[in-house]
Design a protein around this ligand. Sequence first.
Ligand code: CMP
Length: 140
Amino acid sequence: MSIQKTLSLIKPDAVAKNVTGSVNARLEQAGLRIVAQKRFQLTKTQAEAFYKVHSDKAFYDSLCEFMSSGPIIAQVLCGEDAVAKNREVMGATNPANAEIGTIRRDFGESIEHNAVHGSDSIENAAIEIAFFFSGLEIME
Ligand code: CMP
């Protein structure tokens, strides 16, 4: 167990549904602290850079189109085992397979329009946080 930071994105589908406050409440109820947060719209090029690990996948173009289709919220979450805890609160990638009470189950629509993204490891969390935030923007 350790105090970690992780990157969370509230995706365009959840922002369009106006449920960002509800998502944040789930995160906070799980003991995660939002130590940085901003709202903006990615360009398609920026989305492609963020998701470049998936560039060989059939869904890559559609995913990047969707992620640049409207405003998102990027946030840094901090807490005990934050990477795993956030993934637990998010639920499985496909909302249809996510546990009842998880963010994706309650707010996601499909495997692509799945409401939130969360880093999958401590190493990737550091890379993904640095993609969106400077150190000055993170206030613990
Ligand atoms: P995310 O956690 O943002 O990481 C990569 C995203 O790719 C994932 O959530 C899904 O939204 C999307 N994704 C993964 N698998 C598929 C798929 N089979 N079809 C469409 N989108 C997918």
